[in-house]
Design a protein around this ligand. Structure first.
Ligand code: PMP
Length: 443
């Protein structure tokens, strides 16, 4: 498999030579929060695959729901006014639970095309309102909004831009709220005010009548699990409302119990105009994303559709098998998984906080089952680890040897997003194996 992989399989993100050099690690099976590799080694998956297997692996009821749907109706297009029962029911169940008036759901294949879809919907919206000049988009540094070309421009990670002339000239960024390394310090109010001032001046620089939408993640995930101060999301949302700018909450990571509730926006007491989701929606068993759209946006686009040609959709939009899985996963969340995630998340945070005294640990942050430990070379002046993939790769490898899968970001941040089904013993093992890995890294 390693040889075939080297020869034929293109991996995402990583430099292509990396998997050729190190050899792929082949996963063979998984149950609950434990994955087993092809050599039989068992590990706790502290990252739920790629922040997605929220329900844990090997749920018979999910497998049965998928199999049943495959037998009954494996495919139905959502084009031509057609549909399928699971897709309609899932849209309805989700709309019931979404914040405020986000009553319309558009299914995609994952998070990138969910974000891409919002870009198109937003342009349709402003066209329908007779304001096509509102075509400028703003997002946040260190944010991640997918890997499609338009979404990658909203994403603020340089590796996603190089060679494409990204971001596009209609895509702008304001600095992140990143508290550990914020020029205004870590005072919550100062951070909120700095972000508001940055957004205000960005809007003024672009032209207040030109800004279409502002994108945030309630917690920035791929940027290193950056948690904004309480009230930050709400303050940004209010600013957008006052300036007639559409507000998009990208909950591809934070949605479906990752931070506690089904939607992190609920905790922030914020009702956006759009929410994008994926990952936990189907818990990674099958691909699916969902865009939630507010009533007023839907009505405006629908009314304006006569004047604007709307062409947007995928062969696999609203896929019945994915929808059947989504319905089953939703049941699991509400039959104890969300609650378990909240309990396990509190234990995870306490455990990781106990690593604060470790000489390599600069910062510990997170909410619920979404956490990060930021490593530094020198705690007193927060000197970051050398920003190259190699130290991160070594930490990832050591953790692996110790029976733990974590995400080791190139900037020395360790990311945690375990399945919500983790037991107390598994959470304690995640923390303990991290401690051992850090001690070995010091040696
Ligand atoms: N938005 C956010 C906030 C994400 O974290 C991700 C994926 N990590 C995406 C969008 C893209 O989702 P996908 O990889 O499913 O295309």
């Amino acid at each position: 498999l390693i040889e075939l992989d080297r020869a034929h399989l293109i991996h995402p993100v990583a430099s292509y030579r990396s998997h050729e050099k190190h050899g792929v690690r082949v996963l063979a099976s998984a149950k609950g929060a434990t994955v087993t590799d092809a050599s039989g080694k068992q590990l706790i998956d502290g990252f739920a695959g790629l922040w997605c297997v929220n329900a844990g692996y090997g749920h018979e009821s999910i497998v049965e729901a998928a199999a049943r749907q495959m037998q009954e109706l494996p495919y139905a297009t959502a084009y031509f006014g057609l549909g399928s029962e699971p897709a309609i029911r899932l849209a309805s169940e989700l709309a019931d639970r979404a914040p405020g008036d986000l009553n319309h759901v558009y299914f995609t294949l994952g998070g990138s095309d969910a974000v891409d879809s919002t870009i198109r919907f937003i342009r349709y919206y402003w066209n329908a309102r007779g304001r096509p000049e509102r075509d400028q988009f703003i997002s946040v540094e260190q944010g991640y909004h997918g890997s499609s070309t338009a979404g990658a421009g909203l994403t603020a990670l340089p590796a996603f831009h190089a060679g494409f002339g990204l971001p596009f000239d209609w895509q702008h960024k304001i600095p992140s709220h990143y508290a550990y390394r914020n020029p205004v310090g870590d005072d919550p109010q100062a951070i909120i005010e700095a972000s508001l001032a940055a957004l205000k001046s960005k809007v003024e620089a672009i032209g207040p009548e030109r800004v279409a939408a502002f994108y945030v993640e309630p917690i920035q995930g791929s940027g290193g699990v950056l948690v904004p101060p309480k009230g930050w999301v709400k303050a940004m949302r209010e600013f957008c409302r006052e300036h007639d700018i559409l507000f998009v909450a990208d909950e591809v990571i934070t949605g479906f119990g990752r931070t506690g509730p089904l939607f992190a926006c609920s905790e922030e007491e914020v009702v956006p105009d759009f929410i994008t989701t994926a990952k936990g929606l189907t818990s990674g068993y099958v691909p699916m994303g969902a865009v939630f759209m507010a009533d007023h946006v839907y009505e405006t686009i629908a009314e304006g559709a006569g004047a604007t040609a709307i062409g947007h959709g995928y062969t696999y939009s609203a896929h019945p098998v994915s929808a059947a899985v989504g319905l089953e996963v939703l049941k699991l969340y509400e039959n104890g998984l969300l609650q378990n995630g909240v309990r396990a998340g509190a234990r995870l945070m306490r455990g990781l906080q106990s690593l604060r005294d470790h000489p390599l640990v600069g910062d510990v942050r997170g909410r619920g089952m979404l956490a990060a430990v930021e490593l530094v070379v020198d705690k007193s002046n927060k000197t970051p680890l050398p920003s190259s993939a190699e130290p991160a790769r070594r930490i990832f490898d050591r953790a692996w040897e110790n029976g733990l899968v974590i995400r080791a970001f190139a900037n020395g941040v360790l990311g945690y997003a375990p399945p919500l089904c983790c037991t107390e013993t598994e959470i304690d093992a995640i923390v303990e194996r991290t401690r051992i890995t850090l001690d070995e890294t010091l040696e």
